[in-house]
Design a protein. Structure first.
Lengths: 337, 293
């Protein structure tokens, strides 16, 4: 009896730590920006018109939005790793990122294009184009693998779609170099323009995505024993895959629409949880979003602090931190083995 | 009668072409710090940068061009030429097949070594700052064998730039307007160290971006809210979106719609450090006079 209780206690302590860290990061992000920390502190104590805009309409929604994006990526990453039974699976596996990038490239070309057929893409805006591209790529992946019956063919189809769309995006970039900078910003991710409307959208989608994830979390547990065993336990694998793939594409499409492609958070968050806690999927699907949220908040804070008042793309920071973490993980495993 | 005419024309032509064809060999140092020797003034030239194409044409040598890069769209004569690639990818085969005696390109292009392997003469010229314009014109003038024309062009550009700047400053009565030039929605800004920043400074404006941030820094958007500009230079499609950015709706320049946006052909004159710099500067000055408070 004591082992499960210990695990539950461990989980509770872990969750509290994560929440405290999130609160600290949120508070930190209020005082870190283009102004000095003393100035920010002064603004908090003696607010004026400009400081109100900077603190409550730029810094706070930005950090809360970054948390939501990180949480969604953590959730989608944990789901992808469970669904594909592969610790290297990540949210962009189904071609979401390349689809979104392709949509954004088309939209950027369309903005100053006189081609009538492309005008609709310009009207969609970058966010809409990214979302649409991501959803279209996921649909294409599922169609190519002829439904959701086989995990391997889904993975392969995802890789094919990502490569082909990546090449198409490169072609567009070659013919229109003036969109290069904008594309690079998108591909490296940017939390710079997250406002309260983005936060509302991201939080709603996070809420929606949590429902199927938690409902099918036992199914993911069963799946760890193998597809045949899961089936013999009465699990309908196609339904599970369809629901979770739908959730993943909604979640990742929303995040790429809002901030672009942020690498490594979705891959790293579930690993951090599993390295520090022994969890089943229900616990993982709660802990990974909290961890992902805190990770991206921290990355956002670093990217706006390190070379202020200029800033780094947030994806570059997550890639550095994530890459280092994975190397560390590998090294530790090798040493333990 | 006809044969006599042709013979006379040929004679005239040979006299005109003589100084170029028989000019003494000369050596010039390029921006890759190479000593490049010319046996004679090149007659089949390929340019791989729009500002270099424009410079060659402004020196009345457009007919010596046999190809350009894909983005060289001015003047019309150059636009019609074969396109030998973009900024980084270059159609080597096409270049070789055109048998150029000179390829003019910028330092960032990695093709230089490949060209020299293939026995094609190349000359690297940097066009990034305002000072580069005069230097490029002078060097290209010497390469083309027409330094006098280069001198005239250089002087006329410098005079026009000074005049436009002086006019803009004289027209203004209040303090210098603060400007923010958005290169891209990330947002990347054009700082005082950039070519565009130099033009804006000559128009008597104050850039909200400080020089220490570099030529094109990626700004934290709150920087613009904290250093509110009087005028925003922004891409035409983007101007309508500025009010949607968190906190930017409160900016006076956004509220009063003090935006400057330019159609693509005008933007070319503003962003290319080439012989049309005065036109670009005039466009900037015109918009500033219209919208600055």
């Amino acid at each position: 009896m004591s082992a499960p209780r210990d695990a539950a206690n461990g989980m509770a302590v872990w969750l509290i730590c994560c929440l405290v860290l999130t609160l600290l990061l949120t508070a930190g992000s209020l005082v870190i920006g283009t102004s000095s920390i003393e100035t920010s502190w002064h603004w908090l104590v003696v607010p004026d018109e400009q400081s109100a805009v900077v603190l409550w309409r730029i810094r706070l929604p930005r950090t809360v939005g970054a948390w939501c994006v990180g949480a969604l990526l953590g959730l989608c990453g944990a789901t992808a790793q469970g669904l594909f039974r592969n610790p290297l699976a990540e949210p962009y596996l189904l071609g979401t990122a390349s689809g979104a990038a392709f949509g954004v490239a088309l939209s950027l070309v369309a903005v100053d294009s006189t081609i009538g057929e492309l005008a609709w893409a310009g009207r969609l805006g970058l966010t809409g184009a990214a979302c649409l591209g991501a959803v279209a790529a996921t649909t294409l992946t599922i169609a190519l693998s002829r439904g959701v019956l086989q995990t391997t063919s889904l993975l392969l189809a995802g890789i094919v779609v990502a490569s082909v769309l990546g090449a198409a995006t490169s072609l567009i970039l070659l013919t229109k170099p003036e969109i290069f900078r904008a594309m690079q910003t998108f591909l490296l991710g940017s939390t710079a323009f997250l406002g309260w409307s983005s936060v509302a959208l991201l939080a709603t989608v996070l809420g929606i995505c949590l429902v199927p994830a938690l409902v099918w979390s036992r199914g993911l547990d069963a799946l760890t024993l193998g597809e045949d065993t899961a089936r013999s336990l009465g699990l309908s694998l196609p339904t599970l895959r369809l629901a979770l793939l739908g959730m993943m594409s909604l979640g990742t499409a929303t995040t790429v629409g809002q901030v672009g492609v942020v690498m490594f958070v979705g891959l790293m968050a579930p690993h951090v949880v599993r390295e520090t806690l022994s969890v089943n999927h229900r616990q993982l699907l709660i802990a990974a979003p909290l961890c992902g949220g805190a990770l991206l908040q921290a990355a956002d804070l670093i990217c706006r602090w390190i070379i202020r008042p200029a800033e780094l793309p947030v994806g570059a920071v997550t890639a550095c931190v994530g890459g280092t973490y994975l190397v560390l993980l590998l090294w530790r495993r090798n040493r333990d083995a | 009668m006809r044969a006599a005419h042709v013979a006379a024309m040929l004679m005239v032509l040979s006299v005109v072409a003589a100084p170029a064809a028989h000019a003494a060999a000369f050596v010039l140092r390029d921006d890759a710090q190479r000593q490049v020797s010319f046996a004679r003034n090149p007659q089949r030239i390929i340019t791989l940068l729009p500002s270099l194409t424009e410079t060659v044409c402004a020196l009345d040598a457009c007919d010596r061009l046999v190809a350009t890069d894909r983005y060289s769209n001015f003047p019309a004569q150059a636009e019609a030429l074969p396109k030998a690639g973009g900024l980084d990818e270059v159609a080597v085969e096409l270049i070789v097949s055109l048998r150029p005696d000179l390829v003019l390109l910028s330092r960032s292009q990695r093709i230089t070594e490949r060209l020299s392997d293939l026995g094609i003469q190349s000359f690297v010229l940097n066009s990034e700052t305002y000072a580069d314009i005069a230097r490029s014109i002078e060097t290209v003038g010497r390469i083309l064998g027409n330094p006098a024309r280069a001198d005239v062009l250089e002087r006329s550009i410098a005079a026009a730039v000074v005049e436009i700047g002086a006019e803009a400053v004289a027209r203004r009565h209040g303090p210098r307007p603060a400007v923010y030039f958005e290169v891209d929605r990330a947002p990347y800004a054009a700082g005082p160290a950039s070519f565009i920043g130099e033009l804006l400074a000559r128009l008597g404006t104050r850039n909200i971006v400080t020089a220490d941030l570099g030529a094109f820094p990626k700004l934290n958007p709150e920087y613009v809210v904290r250093h509110p500009p009087d005028v925003i230079f922004v891409a035409a499609g983007e101007a309508e979106q500025l009010a949607q950015r968190p906190g930017w709706g409160e900016l006076r320049a956004v509220k009063e719609r003090r935006f400057c946006s330019f159609p693509s052909p005008v933007t070319d004159t503003i962003v290319r450090p080439g012989p049309r710099v005065a036109q670009g500067m005039q466009a900037l000055a015109g918009c500033l006079a219209r919208v600055a408070p």
